[in-house]
Ligand binder design. Structure first.
Ligand SMILES: Nc1ncnc2c1ncn2[C@@H]1O[C@H](COP(=O)(O)OP(=O)(O)OP(=O)(O)O)[C@@H](O)[C@H]1O
Length: 637
């Protein structure tokens, strides 16, 4: 459990502080409800207040009935005298029932809306935080527990209503009891305090346990989900991974069960202690009532009403405590949601900044050093990197796995800021730039671009989510990426759902997805196109076509940043940067880098020749570039 050290602020609170905090928590729920549906909130509040008044009036009427029935005179006379009070009891009961149903309807209307408002509140923020926050383990832990907060906010409405109902009813019963005899009130409180203590103690324990185990539970659920995951399904079967996953799922579930057992036995012990104290308080209460009757300090009718008031009062108090307990438990999760929103606000991508020049001549990386936040690696992902990306040119980034190519692309897109050095868009430092403006100017297509579980149309159109659908533009983008054939082969064309496991869902191949991804980036129509290994799943012909088209974009004035391991594809790039361990090892044109006598370590030439060697046919040596007196090299030829 060493990796889980989350401590919510509530864990530091004592029981008294919790009780004191309760009104504020109820207040924040009411504010949330007001934002969700003011009218429904008023309806619930009015119905609950009316219900409380009806209950108090009902109790007073019961007292009148008892006084009349237990008074002097003929039975028929006493009955007749009690009729008006009896009618009042019936009327208050009917009014109470009607108001209850009004409140139930209002609560039912309010709850889903509160859930939506609370969910939107955090989703809207989390979608706008810096990428570094999303990748931050601490932020994720907060996200894990806060996700329960929206559901808790929904449930809090019901518990809030129940708490208010029970509180109003309790005040009514306590008022009547005080009027009957002031000594009865503290006794009523004594009867219920032990259960209040026990309920709050149990809730607090459950919350602490939840926080300690939240990631364990998530990991267990993940194992369960892997067993039914569509993408994992082939490997699960062929490699017989099912029993392995199941075994670990069971081990994790059993560990969780032991925690539940521990909590249950603690709860049983606490409950038993509380019940003992409640029993003693009940005996004392009825004892006092007996003494009052015995000494003649209280009449029989009053004692009868007092018994009813004590029973209703203690039932209300019991309900109040139980509901308060639920409310408290839920409020802890809502508080987590509040903390997540605060943390997200702190880490939001700023929505202001310097506008970028309308026409940028070049983006320049000046001695950029960058280490991923939270990593313990001593070596930065990028170290003193200087790269120039002129507008309208093709710049290729090549290098071994982990050399920093994708990281450089992410910094270019404004997803991270350098720790040292600057990324300059002409004169404007990207760290100070208006990020929305910067994002607007780039389109990215990576090897693992997102496969949206939507229709083919949306999968391309989502490149420009705000723009209205224009089928001509979508067709042009698809044609550009060679995705038009894929789309026309789909059972419902553009409207085919690309999500296996849903009705009408269809699965396409990796290469077909890649064509759609390229079409999406093309549809975005940004000034800088970053293509990170975009063609790895394409067949040779399609790949060639995509590269030719990408070159064509540069001719139209767009800037292309091309990341690839297929060195043959970068031979037409205007500049090639070769990265090694986060540094630029060498750069130049293809011809310059292929010259055996070139300055620098000759890394590109070595890598190229290794690739070319793999394409040797029948013992013939791979061709070398034309300027060395050989025909242009194509490792695949
Ligand atoms: N999100 C991340 N968090 C922490 N470290 C990362 C992250 N992404 C990459 N790295 C690390 O940064 C270094 C550079 O990775 P990067 O993905 O930029 O390499 P690359 O040249 O694109 O590699 P490849 O050719 O395999 O795609 C690697 O050491 C990698 O482990």
């Amino acid at each position: 459990m060493g990796w889980n050290h989350h401590h919510g602020s509530f864990l530091e609170l004592g029981l008294r502080a919790m009780v004191l905090r309760m009104p504020r928590l109820i207040g924040s729920t009411i504010r949330l409800a007001r934002r969700a549906d003011r009218q429904a909130l008023l309806q619930v509040a009015a119905a609950e207040a009316g219900g409380g008044i009806a209950q108090a009036v009902g109790l007073v009427a019961v007292n009148r009935v008892l006084v009349q029935l237990l008074g002097h005179g003929e039975t028929t006379e006493r009955l007749t005298a009690a009729v008006p009070a009896l009618v009042a009891v019936a009327v208050t009961a009917v009014v109470g029932a009607l108001l209850k149903s009004v409140s139930t309807a209002g609560t039912g209307r309010l709850e889903p809306k509160v859930f939506r408002v609370a969910t939107e509140e955090y989703l809207e923020r989390v979608a706008r935080v810096e990428l570094a926050a999303v990748e931050d383990e601490e932020f994720h832990k907060l996200l894990d527990s806060a996700q329960w907060g929206a559901e808790s906010a929904r449930r809090m409405i019901r518990f809030c209503v129940s708490v208010i109902t029970a509180a109003i009813a309790l005040v009514a019963a306590a008022g009547v009891l005080t009027a009957l005899h002031p000594a009865l009130l503290p006794l009523l409180a004594m009867m219920t305090l032990p259960s209040a203590w026990s309920a709050l103690t149990i809730a607090r324990r459950r919350y602490v346990s939840f926080h300690t185990w939240v990631q364990h539970a998530r990991a267990g659920q993940l194992l369960g989900r892997l067993l039914i995951d569509v993408q994992a399904a082939p490997e699960v079967r062929v490699h017989n991974i099912g029993p392995f996953l199941l075994r670990h799922f069971r081990t994790m579930a059993e560990t969780g069960e032991r925690e539940q057992t521990r909590l249950a036995s603690l709860a049983a012990r606490t409950g038993l202690v509380a019940s003992g104290w409640t029993g003693l308080a009940t005996v004392a209460t009825y004892g006092v009532l007996g003494v009052l009757l015995w000494t003649g300090a209280m009449g029989l009718a009053v004692a009868g009403t007092a018994v009813i008031a004590i029973r209703t009062g203690s039932a209300n108090l019991e309900a109040l405590v139980v509901q308060l307990n639920y409310l408290y438990e839920e409020s802890l999760f809502v508080a987590d949601l509040g903390r997540l929103c605060q943390e997200a606000d702190r880490r939001l991508i700023p929505d202001t900044g310097r506008p970028l020049p309308r026409r940028v001549d070049a983006v320049r990386f000046e001695n950029v050093t960058f280490t991923y936040p939270g990593t313990t690696d001593s070596r930065p992902a990028l170290e003193e990197v200087s790269v120039t990306i002129p507008t309208g040119k093709v710049v290729a980034l090549v290098g071994n796995n982990g050399s920093g190519k994708s990281t450089l692309a992410k910094l270019l897109c404004g997803l991270y800021a350098p720790d040292a050095g600057r990324v300059l868009w002409d004169g404007v430092d990207a760290a100070e730039a208006d990020r929305a403006d910067l994002f607007d100017r780039v389109a990215v297509v990576t090897q693992d671009f997102y496969r949206w579980p939507f229709t083919a149309r949306i999968n391309v159109a989502i490149g420009r989510p705000e723009a209205p659908y224009d089928d001509d533009l979508l067709h042009a983008a698809a044609e550009y990426a060679g995705a038009d054939e894929t789309v026309s082969s789909l059972p419902r064309g553009w409207d085919t759902l690309l999500a296996r496991g849903y009705k009408g869902g269809h699965q396409i191949s990796g290469g077909q997805w890649q064509r759609l991804g390229i079409a999406r980036a093309r549809h975005r129509d940004a000034r800088i196109l970053v293509v990170d290994e975009p063609t790895s799943a394409l067949d040779a012909e399609a790949e060639q076509r995509v590269f030719d088209r990408i070159q064509g974009l540069a001719a139209e004035g767009r800037t292309i940043v091309l990341i690839t391991h297929r060195l043959h594809s970068v031979r037409h790039a205007d500049t090639i940067y070769v990265l090694e361990h986060g540094r630029v090892a060498e750069h130049g044109t293809f011809e310059e880098l292929m010259r055996p006598d070139a300055d620098g370590p000759g890394l590109f030439r070595r890598m190229y020749l290794v690739q070319a060697e793999q394409y040797r046919v029948d013992g013939r040596t791979a061709a070398l570039p034309a300027q060395q007196g050989h025909p242009a090299a194509d490792p695949r030829s």
